[in-house]
Design a protein around this ligand. Sequence first.
Ligand code: HEC
Ligand code: HEC
Length: 332
Amino acid sequence: MGSFIGDNLYFKITQKDVEFTIPNGFPKPLYDFKNNNPTPAGFVLGRKLFYDPILSKDSSISCGFCHQRIAAFAHIDHPLSHGINGLIGKRNVPPLQNLIWNTSFMWDGRINHLEVQPLSPISNPIEMNETIGHIIQKLQRNKEYTVMFKAAFNDSIVNSKNMLKALAQFTGLMISDNSRYDKYMRGEDTLSATELKGLQLFRDKCEQCHKEPLFTDNTFRNTGLAPDTNLHDSGVAAINGQMKDMGKFKVPTLRNIEMTYPYMHDGRFRTLKQVLDHYTQKFTRESGADPILVKGISLSEADKTNIIAFLKTLSDQTFLHDRRFADPSGHY
Ligand code: HEC
Ligand code: HEC
């Protein structure tokens, strides 16, 4: 067997593995694969880059270090991200799934394109602390990479454009569309009475922001969380300087939510119950909480149990165990 990762039979990627069709009931994606058509060679290159700490200054941190497959590519059990030299970041690592439907990226939406997104962690001094120029030099000196870039792109060039395209082929194909909820919607599975009650409650009380089938409406809202006095994270306001956007963060997807704890932009809640307890509180006008949430969402303890049962139907075992996305070196 050859030494190239793509040759490893266990992780072999075929044309069929990289074909994209819009899942049943999903809208048209925003990221257009027509301009970056996934190929087995491009996907395998993207995967190698994703799991390779060569992208960080001291070769200690890969994308996959923070974005773990078992947690739908969030960082399981870590409230805040951990980067180079053990430095702790300001935010909770979000899951990576259904990214091609995102209208923007990051908790504050400051990035608007999947292909430029990796430049942020790469250059962040507390994440990977590396420059794209230096990464490209390192990749150009690496025999395995030069062969893989050649296989993946017509122009064969090891440059940042191709590197970012390969990463987008890999992360763009991370699609969760086969949870029990999805199967129920397609008429392939049933939900229990508790789960169905939860779904009904969800549609009454949560759907306005966590819109099906992606479980986000891609807007930014203030959920009335008291600002963390150590982190001083003002959310969208820190990006655009607008007071009205203080404390607004992206409405996150709730797919695979069972696995992506702890919760919220700063990981302050360990359990779904704690998130629901938060939503039932009343907030003052000064808190800046979204009008939908100011009065608190009324939920009985039984309602909370039902909603949590429903949220767990969003766990997608197919996606979580999809070998295409596993670290070929077996590290993560
Ligand atoms: C040190 C941990 C860390 C590393 C390394 C890291 N990320 Fe992230 N990633 C995060 C955090 C934290 C956020 C959210 C940041 C924010 O909102 O400010 C994030 C956000 C993202 C998002 C946006 C998701 C969304 O729904 O908005 C994508 C995509 C992403 N990362 C991909 C990558 C890729 C690709 C790499 C490797 C080049 C990478 N990340 C490396 C921690 C990390
Ligand atoms: C007004 C819009 C809005 C409504 C209504 C709403 N949410 Fe949220 N939800 C958000 C936002 C925004 C966040 C992220 C907040 C943050 O991190 O600061 C969030 C975060 C969450 C999280 C944590 C996700 C993660 O990855 O950390 C869960 C779980 C959640 N909401 C569940 C619900 C449920 C269940 C309901 C209904 C009872 C609901 N939400 C109603 C906007 C909303």
